[in-house]
Design a protein around this ligand. Structure first.
Ligand code: AMP
Ligand code: SF4
Length: 462
């Protein structure tokens, strides 16, 4: 089985609250931007763990009547993003395993660089997999290790997997939250009265009225049970290389990651971009909605060029990024956006977006702007050129489809039919966020060994 399925995904867990299912539902709702392909929850009522999950948006999977039936005092929950759509062996999480005397629920965000080799080895030993999900893989490894305590088995299992991941697990007696040794995927801990809450982003803590306690550290497992919380590390090789794309695009602007507000970091990127790439003569700054808004505000503030709403997004059209063909993606972008003529007509426009991947969005926006009468369109991108694939769980097309892969800025500008295009520098992005980040998709400098992909890495970075 291939491990090509990747997840951005969102995790939410709550321990010790009579409203566990309701709170998990609300928490998950605020993480819906991380995945819209599936949703699920496992609720613990005494010793019984019960799973509800399905394909689609959270509201399509769990309705209010179902929620009233989901009784229990703890829960873990998941929203799934399945790039390219759901496949036969895509798992909607959490997974629930019932053993002779125990149960284990498990869900994850992220991807492994050694999933294929581990799966191959386990299959040789007789394991049979139903899905490509790394939660299923981890469950098999935990089960095989047979150490005295569950925590020891979990630690050993986590030390054998490599990549970018966050896991939430729940047994009859505890909830466990683990983060990869480079901190690539985010995970935060919060508290609501006597209840502990864990979530992919702090916006979910706010939604359920929990206070932020701290981020889970790279390589850490937090064990939460009725006695309180305990922290352990599953490896001594730990460092911080949080995913730059979380700050640039994935996380919600109201979330804080490692104490840094996402909107502020994006606005800073706009400020730095204005200093690195001024646009003399430009008359208006507009954003590609919604992901370019924070950086556009920063660009306008630093450049003194007025910020206006020049593009309106139709919120009822699905995501274009994952449409199956380029033609459909382009139609999607076209229907998704309308231009405010009076703002752009006859003007030199600065268009700010968070990133360019295939180039579909920006190319169509430039066309729409020019068709509506914009005199010039200068593109400012609040991330460096996206050139290399991600192996840590963020959906990336093949390098051939990445517009910045092996192309000069001049060439990209021509393809976009723009008057100019500028990207923030890597140092500018680091300064904007204020912490060390993984930027492998920009510079090919992967923070882990790539194991299953080592040969591919060499080819793609030439
Ligand atoms: P593209 O139109 O292919 O250039 O994609 C760029 C747009 O998609 C940007 O405006 C981003 O907001 C968004 N984007 C960036 N990375 C991703 C991703 N991994 N998955 C989905 N959308 C993304
Ligand atoms: Fe994030 Fe890019 Fe690193 Fe992947 S390669 S974890 S998308 S910064």
């Amino acid at each position: 089985m291939s491990s090509k399925i990747k997840h951005e995904c969102g995790l939410f867990g709550i321990w010790n609250n009579v409203e566990a299912a309701n709170l998990a539902y609300y928490g998950l709702h605020s993480l819906q931007h991380r995945g819209q392909d599936g949703a699920g929850m496992v609720v613990k009522n005494g010793d019984v763990l019960t799973r509800t999950n399905g394909r689609g948006l959270l509201t399509e999977v769990i309705n209010s009547e179902m929620l009233t039936q989901m009784k229990g005092t703890s829960a873990i929950a998941h929203v799934l993003y399945a790039p390219g759509g759901m496949k036969r062996n895509t798992a909607v999480q959490p997974l629930l395993f019932n053993f002779d005397k125990s149960s284990l629920a498990i869900c994850n965000n992220g991807a492994l660089v050694n999933a294929n080799s581990l799966r191959y080895k386990l299959e040789e030993y007789g394991s049979i997999f139903q899905t490509t999900c790394i939660s299923e893989l981890l469950a098999h490894i935990i089960r095989r290790s047979r150490l005295v305590t569950f925590v020891e088995s979990l630690k050993r299992a986590l030390s054998q997997i490599h990549g970018g991941f966050a896991f939430l697990l729940m047994t009859q007696t505890a909830m466990y939250a683990a983060r990869d040794p480079r901190g690539l995927r985010p995970l935060v801990l919060g508290k609501r009265g006597d209840s502990y809450v864990v979530a992919s982003e702090s916006c979910a803590l706010d939604t359920v009225g929990a206070v932020y306690v701290r981020d889970v550290a790279p390589g850490e497992i937090i064990i939460i049970n009725d006695d309180g919380i305990k922290s352990e590390f599953f490896t001594s090789e730990r460092s911080m290389a949080l995913c730059g794309m979380e700050f640039i695009y994935i996380a919600r602007p109201d979330s804080n990651i490692e104490g840094i507000n996402v909107h502020t970091s994006r606005k800073n990127a706009g400020i730095i971009l204005a200093k690195e790439s001024p646009t003399p003569g430009a008359e208006v700054v507009i954003a590609s909605p919604d992901t370019g808004i924070s950086a556009a505000i920063g660009y306008a503030e630093a450049s003194g060029i007025p910020y206006e709403i020049g593009i309106i997004k139709n919120r009822y059209i699905g995501r274009t990024f994952i449409a199956p063909s380029q033609n459909l993606r382009e139609r999607g972008v076209e229907m998704k956006h309308s231009i405010v003529r009076s703002i752009v007509e006859g003007k030199s426009v600065v268009l700010v977006d968070d990133s360019i991947v295939r180039g579909t969005t920006v190319r169509r926006l430039v066309k729409l702007l020019k068709d509506t009468g914009a005199r010039e369109v200068h593109i400012k991108i609040a991330s460096p050129p996206y050139k290399y694939p991600c192996y840590y769980g963020i959906d990336t097309p093949s390098p051939k489809e990445l517009i910045s892969h092996k192309r000069s800025i001049k060439n990209i500008t021509k393809l976009m039919n723009a008057d100019s295009i500028s990207f923030i520098s890597e140092s500018g992005l680091t300064e904007a966020v204020g912490m060390s980040l993984c930027m492998a998709c920009f510079n090919g400098d992967y923070p882990t060994h790539l194991q299953d992909f080592a040969g591919i890495e060499v080819n793609e970075n030439v």
